[in-house]
Design a protein around this ligand. Structure first.
Ligand code: ADP
Length: 405
């Protein structure tokens, strides 16, 4: 009872015997110390700790809590499900063993430095998941201090950045490839120009018909086309990123476009046999140049990725009553089914040694997919490694006339 009001209180009771001169107990001293404030603040702390844990468990990040010396107090739920271990196992094994060996040393050194100095910790590192796969994380830790500035504990936070890292890597590879792709045609053009200049020396009047002027100019023209295409594709990429890729639609016959495109490609790729089959005739409403671009990308890929087998098939067929498909089939190196989704991503190249063997910069299929999807159509691949590839895109048809036999 405090000031006439009933209140909950916490007391520390001590009972002490009171003895006379003969040592006989004649009474008991009962002392009650009011410790309500201390107990309540402990309860409050416990409550706030349990709130912190609840909150940490809900977070998508991996949260860890250590004492001032770096000894683990707590791992949140996400840490446990990521590693597949219990909190006790994790505490016992330590978290450093989950860090990729390439980053472990640096991690241990910087973490130690933070523990010694109290400065924030920050590092990008790979952490092993329960499927034995390393994933990139941004790891951060900050000290929690009391009013006097003494470190009470550390709170660490690991955010997965695997996708960002992959994108970063693709961009780096892309830049390398672009520089390579730009350099190759420029070097070749320079070579032909120097050859012609050396043949047509200043002051001399050579017989032009005896000089290799035409083949040199043809090669130069071919290289300029490569450069123009590269630049156009780069511009398209930024247009797509800014959502500014405009379609200029008109009605046209898809069969004629396929024939014209294949004819153009045959001029430059004389080593491959491209067979065209029109199972149906069809008009579509689309951007003719853009669909032409998709066809060029897919057919030149079919050529590029089938250096041994020289036959390519292009088929125009009615997929359903209202949709037409163009299928491009090659018998080349094929694509691992696991990579089917990725090849349509920006800057993605199916990898391995082939990246160096086949020139390219991994944006052709990304552009093709964007263009087809913006027309409301779809594009897909069907392939196995070493078994050739089949690319098919499907668009809405305006009319369908089966070919008269
Ligand atoms: P690239 O400039 O690398 O050819 P693309 O976006 O056109 O870029 O293609 C992406 C990746 O898909 C290529 O690097 C290649 O690995 C794979 N690919 C595309 N077409 C074929 C094909 N017909 N056969 C085998 N692999 C292919």
């Amino acid at each position: 009872m405090v000031d006439g009001e009933l209140k909950r209180g916490y007391f520390n009771f001590t009972y002490k015997p009171l003895r006379n001169e003969k040592g006989e107990i004649y009474g008991i001293l009962n002392m009650a110390l009011d410790v309500s404030e201390m107990v309540e603040s402990k309860l409050l702390l416990k409550e706030s700790e349990s709130h912190f844990r609840q909150m940490a468990d809900l977070m998508p990040e991996k949260v860890v809590n250590t004492d001032p010396h770096g000894d683990i107090i707590y791992f949140n739920q996400n840490w446990l499900s990521y590693t597949g271990l219990s909190s006790d196992q994790l505490k016992e094994d330590g978290w450093a063993q989950f860090i990729h060996p390439d980053e472990r040393n640096e991690f241990e050194q910087s973490w130690r430095k933070s523990l010694d100095t109290g400065n924030d910790f920050e590092m990008e590192l790979r952490i092993l998941d329960r499927f034995a796969k390393y994933k990139w994380h941004l790891s951060r830790a900050e000290a929690v201090r009391d009013d006097k500035g003494t470190i009470k504990m550390w709170i660490g936070n690991n955010t997965e950045i695997q996708k960002l890292k992959e994108e970063e890597k693709r961009k780096e590879d892309f830049l390398k490839m672009v520089s390579h792709e730009l350099k190759t045609p420029v070097t070749s053009i320079k070579g032909y120009v120097q050859l012609l200049l050396s043949l047509i020396k200043e002051g001399s009047s050579p017989d032009i018909s005896k000089l290799p002027v035409r083949p040199s100019l043809e090669r130069i023209d071919h290289q300029i086309q490569r450069l123009t295409r590269l630049i156009a594709e780069m511009l398209d990429i930024s247009r797509i990123e800014e959502n500014k890729l405009k379609l200029q639609k008109s009605n046209f016959n898809i069969n004629t476009l396929v024939d014209e495109t294949v004819q153009d490609i045959r001029y430059t790729s004389t080593n491959h046999l491209i067979r065209v089959q029109h199972e149906s005739k069809c008009t579509i409403n689309a951007d003719r140049d853009r669909i032409g671009q998709v066809l060029i990308n897919i057919i030149t890929n079919a050529i590029k990725y089938s250096p041994e087998k020289k036959e390519i098939e292009v088929v125009v067929t009615m997929e359903t009553e209202d949709t037409v498909s163009v299928v491009v089939r090659d018998e080349g190196i094929g694509i691992d089914p696991q990579k089917h989704r990725s090849i349509f991503k920006r800057f993605f190249r199916a990898g391995g040694k082939s990246e160096e063997t086949y020139s390219g910069f991994g944006i052709g299929l990304f552009l093709a997919k964007e263009i087809i999807q913006r027309h409301g159509g779809s594009i897909e691949v069907n392939s196995e490694l070493g078994m050739g590839a089949e690319f098919k895109f499907t668009l809405a048809a305006i009319n369908d006339k089966s070919i008269e036999s």
